[in-house]
Design a protein around this ligand. Structure first.
Ligand SMILES: Nc1ncnc2c1ncn2[C@@H]1O[C@H](COP(=O)(O)OP(=O)(O)O)[C@@H](O)[C@H]1O
Ligand SMILES: [Mg+2]
Length: 278
C-alpha cells in the first residue's frame, strides 16, 4: 500500500474524515468489521473441522466393519473348507488303519497320521473361532465373553473370572464387536506380558454408559511408554482409538510390579439395544 500523501497526514491529525465522522469511530468500525469477519471465518473453519472429524470417524468405522466382515468370511472358509477336508482325511486314515493288521507298522503310522490330522483340525477350528466367534453373532456379547474365558483357560491356562451383568441382552452389533475385541486384546496382553495366571473381567451397564474393566495382578508396566508413538505393537493404542470412534475412552491404571487395570467406557447413546431382548 502506498503511504498517504503529506496533506492526508495533515487531515488525519485533525481527527476527522471527509464524511464528518470522528476518525476514532471510523477505525473502530473497521476493527469491529474485521473482528466480525475473523469470527465468521473461524466458525466456518471450525465447522469444516467438525465435518472432517465426522467423515473420518465414519470412514474409520466403515474400515473396521469391512475388516470384521473379512474375518467372518475367512473364519467360515477355514471352518467349511480346510476344516471339512481335514475331517474327510481323518476318516479315511482311520478306515485304512482298520483294514491293515493291527500290529503292523503301517497301522501304527496310519493311527499316528489320523491323530495328527485331528490336531490340525482342532487348530483350524480354534483359529476360525478366534477370527470371528459365531457365538458373538448368534448369542451376543455375554455368551461370547464366556466362550473367550473358557477358551483362554483351555489354550493358555489363564483363569479368567467374568462378572457380567448384561443378562444375555443384545446390543448394537458394532458395540458387541468393539467390546469383545477390546477384551480379547486386553486378555491376550495378560497372557503375553503380565506373568499372571489370573485375570478379572467386569462388564456393567449404568444409566449413561457401559463400563468394562480388565485387571490382572501381574508385573505391570509404564503406560506412557506403552501408549507412546514409538511403542511396539498397536494393541493398546488400537483399543484407545477404537473406543474413541464410539465416543468412549480408556484409562490405564498400572505401574511396574503393580498389576494392570484397564477401564473402558462407552456412552449409552452408542450402546442402544439394536434387537429385541434375547
Ligand atoms: N497386562 C499387561 N501386563 C504387563 N505389561 C503389559 C500388559 N499389557 C500391555 N503391556 C505392555 O505394553 C506393551 C504394549 O502392549 P500392546 O500395545 O498391546 O502391544 P503388544 O501386545 O503387541 O506388545 C507390551 O509390549 C507390554 O510391554
Ligand atoms: Mg497386545
Amino acid at each position: 500500500m502506498n503511504p498517504p500523501p503529506d496533506d492526508a497526514v495533515e487531515m488525519e491529525s485533525s481527527a476527522t474524515v471527509s464524511s464528518g465522522e470522528p476518525k476514532e469511530y471510523s477505525s473502530m468500525r473497521e476493527i469491529v468489521d474485521s473482528v466480525g469477519r475473523i469470527t465468521l471465518e473461524n466458525e466456518q473453519l471450525f465447522q469444516r473441522l467438525i465435518d472432517g472429524e465426522r467423515r473420518f470417524r465414519g470412514l474409520a468405522k466403515a474400515v473396521r466393519k469391512v475388516q470384521e466382515e473379512e474375518r467372518r468370511r475367512l473364519a467360515r472358509d477355514l471352518h467349511d473348507g480346510i476344516g471339512q477336508t481335514l475331517v474327510a482325511l481323518r476318516n479315511q486314515l482311520e478306515r485304512l488303519a482298520q483294514r491293515v493288521s493291527s500290529d503292523s507298522e503301517v497301522s501304527e503310522r496310519l493311527h499316528d497320521s489320523a491323530a495328527l490330522t485331528l490336531l490340525a483340525l482342532n487348530d483350524t477350528r480354534e483359529m476360525s473361532r478366534l477370527l470371528r466367534p459365531p457365538v458373538l453373532d448368534d448369542l451376543g456379547l455375554e455368551a461370547a465373553l464366556r466362550w473367550l474365558a473358557r477358551s483362554l483357560k483351555e489354550r493358555t491356562g489363564l483363569e479368567v473370572e467374568l462378572d457380567c451383568d448384561l443378562d444375555d441382552k443384545r446390543f448394537d452389533p458394532d458395540i458387541e464387536t468393539l467390546i469383545f475385541r477390546v477384551v480379547q486384546e486386553a486378555l491376550t496382553n495378560v497372557v503375553k506380558h503380565a506373568d499372571s495366571t489370573n485375570a478379572r473381567v467386569t462388564v456393567e451397564r449404568t444409566e449413561v454408559d457401559m463400563r468394562v474393566q480388565v485387571s490382572d495382578t501381574g508385573i505391570g508396566f509404564d503406560p506412557r511408554a506403552a501408549l507412546g508413538t514409538t511403542a511396539d505393537g498397536c494393541g493398546l493404542r488400537g483399543i484407545r482409538d477404537r473406543l474413541e470412534l464410539f465416543g468412549g475412552q480408556m484409562e490405564l491404571l498400572t505401574a511396574p510390579e503393580a498389576g494392570c487395570t484397564m477401564k473402558m467406557r462407552v456412552p449409552y447413546s452408542q450402546v442402544q439395544q439394536a434387537r429385541a431382548d434375547a
